[in-house]
Design a protein around this ligand. Structure first.
Ligand SMILES: [Zn+2]
Length: 149
């Protein structure tokens, strides 16, 4: 890991409920009560940008992002999925994969904006979602053997 990792929360902890751990990246289900199903795909090493990765690594990371998006669509039928790689606050490479509904608290704004309305969070079955994500992401190491998307 590069310098700065000691102060980086994504170097120190999972960053949410660990869904899947691969050889060099992981998937977590975030604790975001207003946005159920919000997942993050987090590169293991402390790098800042997608272009810091070798092309094959970047492709593998993004394949996981797409797998997660596919499961969220299949399981939750959102109106939209938001994919975002910001890292402005925590400059450790990660992708947000966020199911969105037109009646969620922030729609059509990004989830980081000021809420437009107060609504009860959509009820989802976390257990079913976790099982589906783990099934789609395959074995414990690196995603090898997972079904192609
Ligand atoms: Zn880090």
């Amino acid at each position: 890991m590069t310098a700065g990792s000691a102060a980086c929360p994504l170097c120190q902890e999972a960053g949410g409920e660990l869904v899947w751990q691969g050889a060099d990246h992981r998937v977590i289900l975030a604790d975001e009560p207003r946005h159920p199903g919000f997942c993050r795909v987090i590169w293991g090493a402390h790098v800042r940008e997608m272009s810091d990765l070798a092309p094959a690594d970047a492709a593998r990371l993004f394949a996981t992002v797409l797998r997660v998006e596919g499961v969220l669509r299949e399981q939750l039928a959102p109106d939209k999925v938001n994919l975002a790689s910001l890292g402005n606050v925590v400059p450790h490479l990660h992708w947000h994969v966020i199911p969105r509904w037109t009646d969620d608290s922030h729609f059509p704004d990004p989830v980081w904006a000021v809420a437009r309305r107060e609504v009860p969070p959509r009820a989802i079955d976390r257990t079913v979602l976790l099982a589906a994500l783990r099934r789609a992401l395959g074995g414990a190491r690196g995603g090898e053997g997972a079904a192609p998307i």
